[in-house]
Design a protein around this ligand. Structure first.
Ligand SMILES: *Cc1c(COP(=O)(O)O)cnc(C)c1O
Length: 357
């Protein structure tokens, strides 16, 4: 297809997986490899599996369908829609849940398909996205334990999503306490205690994680960054995924738009600083393709000016490179760009791997 393209370096990605798995294992933690940011591309799931990840999570059934034939634990990590319980039971082995009514519907679907569906009870601990309230958990868990086609596989919580609340020792204690209360009440042992996402990474090896034995990791593995503070994970690559776009125009232009001022293409009124005449490149990539807000040029002399639906404008005046029409510029991506880019039909994907070692 050509450009724009996301080039995926599977060797770098594999090194990230190895580094992270190693640290988790040394701390008695399992990882749930989160696949939504790459739309569950089989190549990467296979790489996960080859390196010892035996549980993957995605927010969309459509993505999990792609790995229907994979012998791996498949977790639906978005609270299931009650209208989709049949597919949830069919394509995932476990789902994260916070509504009794939906869990009862999953039970019915399980009965029809003669399949026991696992659930992880999500509990709200401050980030204010999904989760049962701690005070309702005991009663609800008791009801769920009576359903024939549902098995409680674990308990979990979410951080750093809507509320930007990062996990700490208090939250760990709370989750541990809740786990033990439910275990006592139901006379069972929780198999999975899932203590958050890449934003929990900085705690590993630093504080006792008590009963937490599972971390859900997407961004950490893919972009080599923990997400509580946005710092690089030591020894991990941040450039396993590179966006490549093609230059379609290069001209010296003014830096401040001229003429009568109204709104831009997205209803905003942008302000520009006058920097005189600057050399600008236009790339054939824009907001219809993906999220241009978290893009970082590899060429340190290049600076992104803005994007419309189909065009990305980059100031290249300070670059050491002499760009020409048809040249390719490369960018590192933030999570938003990666998520949108990997799922975009307008962006080609290329998997790169050195020959078998
Ligand atoms: C997306 C998601 C994750 C992964 O978060 P990262 O920051 O990419 O590690 C974990 N859990 C749930 C429920 C998610 O939706």
């Amino acid at each position: 297809m050509g450009y724009p393209k996301i080039s995926i370096n599977l060797d770098k990605l594999e090194e990230n997986v190895k580094k992270i798995i190693d640290k988790l294992q040394r701390n008695n933690l399992n990882v749930m490899g989160i696949t939504k940011a790459f739309a569950c591309e089989k190549e990467i799931v296979q790489l996960f599996k080859n390196n010892g990840i035996n549980m993957v999570g995605d927010s969309r059934i459509l993505n999990l369908k792609k790995i229907e034939d994979f012998d791996i634990e498949k977790v639906l990590i978005r609270i299931p829609m009650i209208s989709s319980v049949e597919d949830v039971v069919k394509y995932s082995t476990i789902s994260l849940n916070s509504e009794l009514k939906t869990i009862e519907a999953l039970n019915e679907a399980g009965k029809k398909q003669n399949k026991i569906h696992g659930i992880i009870l999500m509990v709200e601990l401050g980030d204010l996205r999904e989760g049962f309230l701690p005070e309702e958990l005991e009663e609800v868990a008791l009801k769920i334990s009576k359903l024939d086609y549902i098995k409680i596989r674990g308990i979990g919580t979410n951080f750093s999503c809507i509320g930007g609340i990062i996990p700490d020792i208090n939250k760990i204690n709370q989750l541990t306490q809740l786990t033990e209360t439910i275990e006592k009440k139901l006379n069972m042992k929780m198999e999975i205690v899932s203590g958050g996402n890449s934003s929990s990474y900085h705690l590993i090896g630093e504080v006792p994680l008590k009963r937490i034995n599972n971390i859900r990791m997407g961004e950490g593995i893919l972009l080599g960054r923990e997400t509580a503070f946005g710092e690089n994970i030591e020894g991990c690559h941040e450039d396993s995924f590179i966006l490549q776009g093609e230059i379609v125009e290069i001209k010296n232009k003014k830096t401040v738009p001229y003429g009568k001022k109204g709104m831009d293409a997205f209803g905003k009124k942008p302000e520009f600083k006058d920097r005189g005449i600057r050399k600008r490149a236009i790339l054939a990539i824009g907001k219809q393709d993906f999220d241009c807000d978290s893009l970082y040029p590899l060429d340190k002399g290049a600076e992104i000016i803005g994007a419309s639906s189909d065009h990305l404008v980059v100031d290249i005046s300070d670059s050491d490179k002499e760009y020409e029409i048809g040249d390719i510029m490369e960018f590192q991506m933030g999570y938003g760009a990666l998520l949108r880019g990997m799922t975009s039909i307008y962006i080609d994907k290329e998997f790169k791997k050195k020959k078998a070692k």
